[in-house]
Design a protein around this ligand. Sequence first.
Ligand code: DGL
Length: 253
Amino acid sequence: MNDLIGFFDSGMGGVSVLHEARRILPNEHFLFFGDNGNAPYGPRPLAEIRALCAAGIDRLLARDVKAIVIACNTATSAYAKILRQAHPELPIVGMEPALKPAHFARHGGKVLVLATKATLSLEKYEKLKARYGADVISVVGTGLVERVEAGQADAPETAEHIARLLAPYRSEQIDAVVLGCTHYPFLRRPIAALFPDAQIFDGREGTVLRLKDLLQRGGLCSDDTPGSIEYQTSGGPGVIDRMQALMASLDAE
Ligand code: DGL
């Protein structure tokens, strides 16, 4: 089954998940669509996020994808249920902040969850918090998606912005930090530097392992060697080059 697997994000963030997918599923053919022209989604009202998700994911469906990965916590919280209802036959994998493993990694301290305003305010996160939310500090990553989108992930100003944003929590005992937005793995270094004793979690590997499991169960795995990646964007010129550069930046980790 050598058909495409569709990947969707509001922009560059999904590339961090795609990187993990290429590592774990090297024979697959991926079609990545980043809605960079409309990022960030996080501060938008729910109805608007849903409409953007519908339009973006329709582009993937039009290519007869064999599975869809919503490589975005915000889009998953807003739209995964609706998409699954509309396409019950299609394997659909979403994302959620990795609060569960972070919760069990605590040793007396707290978990700091960094995510978008929408992710932190929607029902999915409320449910997660009800189960694993003891001693959680939830922080909206204001301005972070914009910096990654602008190609500023490694800029000193971005590290300064992060330091200011997270300064109020540095006096707490933080045992785990959850990167609850797929743009944030590109900011891992400056975030981790502020909490040197904390373990850092994100949901990328879990999401891709779930995808692998669904492909195997459905007899949908590709036997091509090697696989491939096609990038698409609603953004302007240069965006796809930046996606590829971000992909390469994760190779170095
Ligand atoms: N990558 C998206 C996420 O995981 C970012 C959302 C946004 O565009 O604000 O939440």
